[in-house]
Design a protein around this ligand. Structure first.
Ligand code: 2AM
Length: 239
């Protein structure tokens, strides 16, 4: 069973208070930027998520289902950082991502974190070139550490979140969720091409969460290599 990614960095007590009278200005210079690095979801995968959510949301479980407009695969959750640090990361990320080749994942089975007896996150798993995803995660972790960002030391458990439990549930409900998830027929695997990584700023307010992509970083190694190969073979022919 995969472990749930920890949620320890932004503890509730550390969050800035959002008062009724004067909500903080998210553009204020003193406001921290809440960041994460992610892979955007292609439309066919979003449509599959939509189908799964449409079926499961009829069950009446106390689940907050993922807003499909913001569906993503998280590579690193960074949390709150100063605007100046966010800017540095925005400048450095494209070069770090560009060292990687584009690759492909596939949608997989459904599962829960952290355990079948205490489900908190309901997710869709991933198959395919997971080792490339792990390498990307590792390299970006090195970059984040070099910027003094705190990086999750636990093993990376890539997943696409479908929903989160809103409250504690009893053993019978947990069993019902687990059994439904284990037996869920997702259909044939769908391709999830990984061609770019995005640095996202997340705004949380009374109306919900809004995600703003700060920079889109293509995985270009393969493209550059192929072009170089073509150029060098052209040169060889000319000699
Ligand atoms: P997940 O849905 O893939 O689990 C943006 O908040 C994203 O960062 C979330 O979608 C979540 O990814 C991930 N994340 C990981 N740790 C987090 C934390 N401590 N607090 C909030 N989000 C976290």
């Amino acid at each position: 069973m995969m472990q749930e990614p920890p949620r320890t960095r932004t503890k509730p007590g550390q969050r800035r208070k959002f008062t009724k009278d004067r909500p903080p200005d998210p553009h204020g210079v003193e406001m921290p930027w809440r960041l994460f690095i992610a892979i955007p979801m292609p439309q066919p995968v979003i449509e599959r998520m939509e189908k799964i959510i449409a079926r499961l949301s009829t069950k009446g479980w106390p689940v907050r289902w993922t807003d499909l407009k913001t569906a993503h695969l998280t590579i690193h959750f960074i949390g709150d950082v100063e605007a100046s640090q966010a800017e540095l990361l925005r400048m450095a990320l494209p070069a770090a991502v560009a060292k990687h080749e584009a690759f492909s994942l596939e949608t997989g089975r459904l599962g829960v974190f952290p355990s079948e007896k205490k489900p908190r996150v309901l997710w869709m798993g991933l198959d395919g070139e997971n080792e490339r995803l792990t390498a990307l995660h590792r390299d970006l972790g090195v970059l984040l550490t070099s910027f003094d960002f705190e990086v999750d030391a636990r093993p990376f458990s890539p997943h696409i979140t479908l929903g989160r439990l809103r409250e504690e549930i009893g053993a019978a409900k947990a069993m019902e969720i687990w059994t439904t998830f284990r037996g869920y027929e997702t259909g044939a695997p769908l391709e999830l091409p990984v061609e770019e990584v995005i640095l996202v700023r997340s705004y949380i307010n009374r109306d919900g969460t809004r995600h703003e992509p700060l920079v889109r970083c293509p995985l270009t190694k393969q493209v550059v290599d192929r072009r170089q190969q073509a150029e060098s073979s052209d040169e060889a022919h000319q000699v």
